[in-house]
Design a protein around this ligand. Sequence first.
Ligand SMILES: Cc1ncc(COP(=O)(O)O)c(C=O)c1O
Length: 365
Amino acid sequence: MIPLCVPEMQGNEWKYIKECLDTNWISSAGVYVDKFEEDFKNYLKVKKSVVMSNGTTALFLALKVLGIGEGDEVIVPSLTFISPVNTIRYVGAEPVFVDVCRDTYVIDVEKIEKLITSRTKAILPVHLYGHPVDMDELVYLAKKYNLYIIEDATEALGSVYKGKNVGTIGDVGCFSFNGNKLITTGAGGMLVTNNEKLGEKAKFLSIQAKVVNENKSFYHPEIGYNFRMPNILAAMGCAQLENIDEYIKIKRENADYYNQLLKNIRGITLPTEKEWAKNVHWLYSIIVEDEYGISRDELIKILAENQIESRPFFIPVHEMPPYINCKQGDLTVTEELKKKGLNLPSSVGIKKEEIEKVCEVIMGN
Ligand SMILES: Cc1ncc(COP(=O)(O)O)c(C=O)c1O
């Protein structure tokens, strides 16, 4: 089977993890926790980086530290993994669903303004499958209406918008190190911000809002959370981060190769890269148009028969039972991409011959 997206362990993962085991520093304290935060911060050129138990907890705390809660509305695309939408509800706020652009698959900034009300407090763009959101347009709108921006960059580590790493442009950015992400710690996340106060608050809340007194007793002035990442996973994160530039390079080369092989197939629309963007192509994603002759779902079956794993685009969140009554704008593109969007195998370690095999199967129909 050619898998959709599996991790790559080419570096010091064993060495650093073994060091944790040998020294007994496996839990929430240890040098790698601090080192991972520091290395990640330096890599993204951002002021503060806070390691988290996963991307979902990072998103939740991002909303929390920005003071978003009961009665507030947050504008979010419906075409996304459900996690960011769930976190809006975790803090007691309401998601308002907005459409995406057909070529980039990410939030359509032009459709946001109509959805802004006096209750809107934030916009939560998702850099879906790797393509950056048009952040200048979004920042302009957010400033005009005094809204926060929380970037869900969980799928786009390595993508760049006008020279800036995605996740570092809004008020807070969130990353995931789930097993299928560009770099992984098995499970893990990172919250980043250029607002040091917000970052410190997020760190504090992520460690049970714990103050250690002189006599080593713990004092908790408010309700905190246990969103810590253990040292043993942070060790893996440090090792993974050492290879990130190589992984980004390979991902982009693989996307170029897919583009080259698929470019002349009638009815297959290739992913884009806007002139202002560098797309990491976390998942290489195509649109199976009507002219292709068979449906996206039929193509998924044929790929599977050929031992190739692929995945349809996310079912939009506004169709999920907890969210069917939420406010929404025009979601025409979302509805269309739901039926036609397809993620192809995108592991860093995928071989050229495997990409060729995937493309041959797509060409054969
Ligand atoms: C768009 C998006 N947001 C948030 C998350 C949540 O990250 P995690 O699984 O680390 O909680 C994911 C995926 O894993 C995702 O794809």
